[in-house]
Design a protein around this ligand. Structure first.
Ligand code: AMP
Length: 441
């Protein structure tokens, strides 16, 4: 029996090459697009005081109620692995006095989040979000700016079929009225509700609207609508957001049943769904939050933001983006050496391995990505080249050494040409330059 083997903890996973290159490419697009909208990157700690999330996200939410990775550290501090980043960003905004900077402040983040949920396809306990927050802005205009940027990012990735679902959950006053009417309607039917929903009747009745149970959905069909409870201010803000989006050509569907699982949202909320994902079909959620910064000890500040689930985003990435990205990373030359050190290849000790390493390093210094396989057989060389998507193989043998040449084979056609060393270098350099420029447009 060998030693015990370990596996990644349930709900977590390793991301491996070549897929990690796809993640990096998506993140590079996010940085580029968000930068174009004037957003700067913020990196907050992966864990925070538990209380920050309890207050920020809300005690009655599923996240705080049952999904947090909380523990006491050796100093007796109660800390939690971040389940989302908006609370952290707002904490940082207040902590660094960002309200004194010219407003609004535009921040984006990329990184892992942790929720103790039941793992299933598209749902992990460590997952990743790409998000942005606009703080200190102005109502509808800020909401529209955030949505414009979100749609621009997804377009840049090649998405054409995503749906933006838009709704308003109203301001605090509208919500209080709606909550009152909803509870009044549901209370007499409490018996028909699931245990979870019955609990929510007292803690967070709005969340009952999220139910997946057909019986509850039927019951809810007759429930009062939030729309009927909206204050004039909320109503006009929602109309204004739609007006701006229409003007800017951003398509959306108003989805009056859309509520979000986090407590801090006010007025505009939105979600982006992809048909390709099945049950866990939301790839992005977001909305405005007018009270959060104040709740965390700062001044009253308008905030609006979104979080894209990166794991799900990668799952449904359009083929066009993946092809483009493959071209960009499939750019390694494989060096193969044939002959023996008696022919002067490499030194007496290192032999062919070192000769291959030397050539590969020369290529890299010239800007051509390269790996050496030493004296691997042709079959092994092709297998490797295909595995890493290397478009060319460079062969160095006794003859090449004598004549100052290199043999370049194209992986796809298996055709080869022997050319002077200089010419081979120029050829490969141009080859890779054309690769990168054709795929990064
Ligand atoms: P939320 O922070 O709950 O608004 O979620 C925003 C987005 O993060 C969702 O639309 C999902 O795409 C993604 N997400 C949330 N929870 C998970 C999870 N457990 N696993 C994978 N993605 C998730």
């Amino acid at each position: 029996m060998g030693a015990k083997r370990y596996q990644a903890v349930k709900g977590t996973r390793d991301l491996l090459p070549p897929e990690t290159a796809l993640w990096a490419a998506v993140e590079a697009v996010a940085r580029r697009v968000f930068g174009r909208y004037g957003f700067g990157e913020i990196r907050t700690p992966i864990f925070e005081d538990t209380e920050l999330f309890a207050r920020g996200v809300g005690e009655s939410t599923d996240i705080v109620g049952k999904e947090m990775y909380s523990f006491t550290d050796k100093g007796g501090r109660n800390v939690t692995l971040r389940p989302e980043s908006t609370a952290s960003v707002c904490r940082a905004y207040v902590e660094h006095g960002m309200q004194t900077l010219p407003q609004p402040v535009r921040l984006f983040y990329i990184g892992p989040q942790f929720r103790y949920e039941r793992p299933q396809k598209g749902r992990y306990r460590q997952f990743h979000q790409i998000g942005a927050e606009l703080l200190g802005g102005k109502g509808a205009e800020s909401d529209a700016e955030i949505l414009l940027m979100l749609v621009a990012f997804l377009r840049e990735l090649g998405f054409t079929d995503l749906k933006v679902l838009l709704n308003t959950v109203g301001d605090a006053e509208s919500r209080a009225e709606f909550r009152r009417r909803l509870v009044e309607y549901l209370r007499p039917h409490a018996e028909a509700l699931s245990e979870d929903s019955r609990r929510r009747l007292d803690t967070n009745p709005l969340r009952i609207l999220d139910t997946k149970s057909p019986e509850e959905q039927k019951l809810l069909a007759g429930a009062p609508h939030l729309e009927e409870c909206l204050t004039d201010a909320s109503r006009s803000q929602f109309a204004r957001v739609q007006e701006i989006l229409d003007r800017m050509g951003v398509e959306y569907d108003v989805s009056s049943r859309l509520v979000r699982g986090l407590d801090y949202y006010t007025n505009t909320v939105f979600e982006i769904v992809s048909e390709g994902l099945g049950a866990q079909n939301a790839i992005c959620g977001g909305g405005a939050y007018e009270g959060l910064v104040e709740e965390l000890g700062g001044p009253a500040t308008y905030g609006v933001g979104f979080a894209i689930g990166e794991d799900r985003l990668i799952e449904v990435l359009p083929g066009s983006f993946k092809e483009k990205q493959k071209l960009q990373v499939g750019g390694t030359v494989v060096v193969r050496v044939i002959g023996d050190s008696a022919e002067g290849l490499g030194d007496a000790r290192g032999g062919l391995e070192v000769a291959g390493q030397e050539l590969a390093e020369e290529l890299r210094r010239a800007g051509v990505p390269a790996v050496s396989l030493g004296d691997a057989t042709p079959a092994k060389t092709y297998a490797y080249a295909e595995h890493v998507g290397a478009p060319a193989i460079v062969v160095l043998g006794g003859d090449e050494l004598k004549t100052g040449t290199l043999t370049v084979r194209t992986t796809a056609t298996r055709k080869q040409e022997t050319m002077p060393r200089e010419a081979a270098f120029s050829y490969l350099k141009a080859f890779f330059a054309s690769f990168v420029s054709s795929s990064s447009s």
